[in-house]
Design a protein around this ligand. Structure first.
Ligand code: 3HC
Length: 329
């Protein structure tokens, strides 16, 4: 956002009265709306994590899911994560048992879209399927209050295309969180060519209130992180295919040689091979660059239903989650 000094210079060039500038800035501040109530679409790994951090930050949160079973599973994940924070204790950055109850009391699940009508921001974290996402946005657009911000947690679908399912194109934004949401500090705040400056600023402030570090980026597929991370992960698979090293050796090389918290194969299993495979398609389609193309082995693993940790098997066998064993491929 331009500084007051810059604005004054602009105004001198445009011969606009400084009072008009003050008025404009007051209006912008007014436009930067207050967020009190947060709506989350989807209670999977990402949705439940986003709901949890919003409740931990003091917001009232309502989570929409199609099925009760999915809500129960998501809330069980939240309970387990909050229990870990209690175990850690407030002196080490965790929480008390009382705080856990207060956080839990701010979270509510629903199967009715109308219940999100009074939300100030609605963050979508449902399946990475463009039609499904557009369908839910279109339905909510007429139900949720006009000045609410709509955000998507998509990692690869064009925010601009999703925005077209609504009439609030200036109030539509990307908020890309990272897994595991309660621990990962980053949020990519993604603007489209139609996002208003004040909505961008509101989203950045909101991410800070969640205890995250926001980075501003624009709607180019993959944003910052996946633009750099995906070619690295795919190169690790290619290196393995070419016999450069074994799965645990490549993992250890990157962990211990570069100080990464996880090696690429552990991270692939953690992110989900189906998710990564899907992202490669979208990125390759956008840029037509070889570095984003899926290696054959990734496709074979996905075809076999070996999606990584969540399915019990990927590059590692996760039967014993604390002691993953590399799979012979
Ligand atoms: N909630 C609360 N606490 C949790 C938790 C959770 N979900 N998971 C773990 N913890 C706690 C543990 O209890 C432990 O607490 P303690 O220190 O009090 O004992 C602490 O966090 C550390 O946990 P671990 O010892 O099990 O594990 P690590 O020290 O390895 O940290 C990690 C875990 C933060 C996940 C770390 O391994 C890491 O940074 N990994 C990389 C993750 C990553 O790169 N994610 C991004 C993926 S890309 C993506 O999401 C984008 C998408 O678009 C593809």
């Amino acid at each position: 956002m331009e500084t007051i000094g810059e604005s004054l210079r602009d105004l001198r060039v445009l011969r606009v009265h400084p009072r008009l500038l003050v008025f404009r800035q007051k209006m912008e501040l007014k436009e930067r709306m207050q967020i009190n109530k947060v709506g989350v679409l989807g209670c999977g790994l990402m949705g439940s994590g986003i709901a949890q951090v919003a409740a931990q930050a003091g917001y009232d949160v309502i989570v929409l899911e199609a099925e009760l079973k999915a809500l129960d599973k998501g809330f069980a994940g939240i309970d387990a994560s909050l229990a870990k924070f209690v175990e850690r204790g407030p002196e080490k950055g965790g929480i008390t048992a009382l705080q856990k109850d207060e956080i839990r009391a701010r979270l509510r699940g629903t199967q009715k879209k109308e219940d999100l009508a009074q939300c100030d921001i609605v963050i979508e974290a449902i399946i990475e399927n463009i039609d499904e996402k557009k369908k839910v946005y279109a339905a909510l657009d007429s139900m949720v209050k006009r000045d609410a911000i709509f955000a998507t947690n998509t990692s690869s679908i064009s925010v601009t295309e999703l925005m077209t399912a609504t009439k609030r194109v200036d109030r539509f934004i990307g908020l890309h969180f990272f897994n595991p949401v309660p621990l990962m500090k980053l949020v990519e705040v993604v603007r489209t060519i139609a996002t208003s400056e004040s909505v961008m600023d509101t989203a950045v402030e909101f991410a800070k209130k969640l205890g995250k570090v926001p980075v501003r980026t624009s709607d180019k597929t993959g944003f910052i992180v996946n633009r750099l991370l995906v070619p690295y992960l795919l190169d690790a698979i290619r290196a393995y295919e070419e016999g450069v090293g074994s799965i645990p050796d490549i993992d250890n090389a990157m962990k211990l040689g570069c100080g990464y918290p996880m090696g690429p194969f552990t991270l692939l299993d953690f992110v989900g091979l189906d998710t990564t495979y899907y992202i490669t398609h979208v990125m390759y389609d956008e840029f037509k660059e070889q570095r984003f193309a899926s290696p054959p082995l990734l496709k074979r693993l996905v075809l076999a239903g070996w999606y990584g940790k969540k399915s019990g098997k990927g590059f590692y066998d996760w039967s014993d989650a604390k002691n993953p064993v590399p799979v012979k491929l």
